[in-house]
Design a protein. Structure first.
Length: 468
C-alpha cells in the first residue's frame, strides 16, 4: 500500500522506516529542508538501533522523502500525522502543526483516504481534524480520520514498533478499520516474523500482536492514559524510595517484593532522579489539561508531576549532604540524555541537575555515550566534555551517575577509584550494589537505600591507592 508519514521526528521516521520494512511504499514528508537533505543523503538524524539498517535498505526505493504534502497525500491511501505536539505555557498540547497539516492534506484528497493521528494528541483531536478537512471542501465520504497511537520508547523504537504488545487503532467506520488492518497485517498475521531479514526482536518468540479496534476518542485516551499510568508508576516508586530513605529500608528489595505480584509487575518500577523525555512530562500535563477541560479534576496527575519535580530537588540535597558545599567543587557526571540508549536530552533530569549544579558554582566534567553533541548545543562551554567515564571522574571530588546507560553499570571500580580525588559516588539510577561499592572503598549514595561507607569518613585517594 502507498502510505505517507508527515513529520520525520523520532516517531515519524521510525514509523516510516518500519512501514517500508513491512512492504509498504512510504513517502516521508517534512517541512524541515535541512532534515530532508540529511535523510536523502544517507544521514540518520537520530540515534536509534536498527534505524540505519532500515533506512539503508529502503531509501530511494520503498522509502522516499518529500516536502510536498499535497502530492504525497494524493499518492497515498493513508496519511499518518506525526508532527510535534509540544506543550503550551498552560501545559496543553499545541495542535497548531496538526491543524496546518490537516489543511494541507485536504488539498490532496481526490479519492478515499484515511488520515491517521500518530502523534500524541488530546481526546477530540480527530473530530477537529475531520472538521478542518470538511471546512476545506472535502466530502465526508472521501475520507476518514483514525487514531493510531504510538507506544515506542526512544532507544528501542524500532523493535517496539515491530514487536509491540498491542496495536491500537481508533476508527469510527468499518472502512477505515479495514484499511488499518491491511496496513498492520504483516505483524498481526505473523508473516513479518517469518522473514529471514526481519529485524531481530526481544529475546522471546515473536508473538503476533493483537490489533485492538476502538473508537477514535478511546484510542486518543488510551495513549494519554498509558503514558500517565507509566509516569505514575515511576513517581509512586520514587515516593516509596523516599520513605525507604527515612526508615532505612532498601527500595530495591521493596521493588522486588511488590513487583513479583502479577497484578503490579516489576517493569517501570526503577527508582531514580525522575522521568524526563519528550513524552511523559508533556503528556501528563496535557492529560491533566484535557481532564480539566472535560470537567474532571484529575488531581492525582498533579501529585505525579510534583513527586517527579521533587525527586530532582531531593537528589540535589543528597549531593549537598555528601559534599557539604558545592561552590568550586569538581564533579564528574555520567549521563546527559534523559535515559540510556538515546541521544535525546529533551526534558532530561540529568541536564536539569547539571544546570542547577552550575548555578551552585560547581565545575563539571561530563560524559555521555551519545548525547554530548546535543548537550553541547545547550550547555556550550559551561561544562567540560570527557571522552570516557574514567576521564569524567579524573580528579573529581565526587562522581554523579545521572542516566541509566548500561555501560555505566559495569565500570572498572578499581580504575574509577584511582581516577577520583575522593571515592564518592552519588548514583541517581541505582546502578550499583551498596555493599559492593563500600567493599571497593567507595562512599556510595543512591536512591531509596542507605548510604554505604567503606569504613567511616572518606579520605582523599593517594595516587598509589594508599590513604594520603
Ligand atoms: C512526535 C509528537 O510530537 C509527540 O506528540 C508524540 O508523542 C511523538 O511523536 P517526535 O517524533 O519526537 O514526537 O517529534 P519531533 O521530533 O518534534 O518531530 C516532528 C517532526 O515534524 C519534525 O521533523 C518537524 O520538522 C516535522 N513537522 C512539524 C512537519 O513536517 N510539519 C509541520 O507542520 C510541523
Ligand atoms: C515513553 C513511553 O515509554 C512510550 O511508550 C511512549 O511512546 C513515549 O514515551 P520514552 O520517553 O522514550 O517512552 O522513555 P521511557 O523508556 O518510557 O522512559 C521515560 C523516562 O522515565 C526516562 O527518563 C526514564 O529514565 C524514566 N524511567 C523509566 C524511570 O525513571 N524509571 C523506570 O522504571 C522507567
Amino acid at each position: 500500500m502507498r502510505i505517507a508519514v508527515v513529520g520525520s521526528g523520532y516517531v515519524g521516521l521510525v514509523a516510516g522506516a518500519c512501514f517500508a520494512d513491512l512492504g509498504h511504499e512510504v513517502i516521508l514528508v517534512d517541512n524541515d529542508q535541512q532534515k530532508l537533505a540529511a535523510l536523502r543523503s544517507g544521514q540518520v538524524p537520530i540515534h536509534e538501533k536498527f534505524l540505519p539498517e532500515l533506512l539503508g535498505r529502503h531509501r530511494g526505493n520503498r522509502l522516499t522523502f518529500s516536502d510536498d504534502l499535497k502530492e504525497a497525500a494524493q499518492l497515498s491511501a493513508a496519511i499518518f500525522v506525526a508532527v510535534g505536539t509540544p506543550p503550551t505555557e498552560r501545559g496543553e498540547a499545541d495542535l497548531s502543526y496538526v491543524e496546518s497539516v490537516a489543511r494541507e492534506i485536504s488539498g490532496g484528497i481526490d479519492d478515499y483516504k484515511v488520515v491517521v493521528e500518530k502523534s500524541t494528541v488530546p481526546v477530540y483531536t480527530s473530530e477537529w481534524v475531520r472538521r478542518i478537512i470538511l471546512r476545506n471542501g472535502i466530502d465526508s465520504d472521501c475520507f476518514d480520520v483514525a487514531s493510531n497511537p504510538e507506544f515506542l520508547r526512544e532507544g528501542t523504537a524500532v523493535t517496539d514498533f515491530l514487536f509491540p504488545d498491542r496495536i491500537v487503532v481508533g476508527c469510527d467506520s468499518e472502512r477505515s478499520a479495514q484499511l488499518m488492518r491491511e496496513i498492520y497485517a504483516p505483524l498481526t498475521d505473523g508473516s513479518y516474523y517469518q522473514r529471514t531479514d526481519a529485524i531481530p526482536g526481544p529475546d522471546r518468540a515473536a508473538i503476533p500482536p493483537p490489533l485492538i479496534v476502538t473508537s477514535t476518542k478511546s484510542a486518543e485516551l488510551i495513549k494519554h492514559a498509558s503514558n500517565a499510568f507509566l509516569a505514575m508508576k515511576i513517581s509512586f516508586i520514587n515516593a516509596v524510595a523516599s520513605v525507604c530513605e527515612s526508615v532505612g529500608a532498601d527500595v530495591n528489595q521493596v521493588v522486588h517484593g511488590i513487583g513479583t505480584d502479577s497484578r503490579i509487575g516489576g517493569r517501570f518500577l526503577n527508582p531514580g532522579i525522575g522521568y524526563g523525555g519528550s513524552c511523559f512530562p508533556k503528556d501528563v500535563m496535557a492529560f491533566r489539561a484535557v481532564a480539566r477541560e472535560s470537567g474532571y479534576d484529575f488531581r492525582l496527575l498533579d501529585e505525579v508531576m510534583r513527586i517527579n519535580e521533587d525527586q530532582r530537588q531531593r537528589f540535589l540535597r543528597k549531593i549537598y549532604n555528601a559534599l557539604w558545599t558545592l561552590r568550586g567543587k569538581k564533579l564528574g557526571v555520567l549521563g546527559l540524555a534523559f535515559k540510556g540508549g538515546t541521544d535525546d536530552i529533551r526534558e532530561s533530569p540529568a541536564l536539569f541537575l547539571v544546570q542547577s549544579l552550575l548555578q551552585e558554582g560547581s565545575k563539571i566534567t561530563a560524559y555521555d555515550p551519545a548525547a554530548m553533541d546535543r548537550a553541547r548545543n545547550v550547555l556550550g562551554t559551561s561544562i567540560s566534555f570527557a571522552g570516557s567515564s574514567y576521564e569524567a571522574a579524573r580528579g573529581a571530588d565526587a562522581l554523579l551517575i545521572l542516566t541509566e546507560w548500561e555501560e555505566f553499570a559495569t565500570l572498572d571500580l578499581n580504575r574509577l577509584r584511582q581516577e577520583l580525588k575522593f571515592p564518592i559516588v552519588i548514583d541517581g539510577r541505582n546502578l550499583y550494589d551498596p555493599d559492593v561499592m563500600s567493599a571497593q572503598g567507595f562512599t556510595y549514595y543512591s536512591i531509596g537505600r542507605t548510604a554505604s561507607h567503606p569504613d567511616g569518613i572518606p579520605t582523599p585517594v593517594a595516587k598509589n591507592g594508599k590513604k594520603a
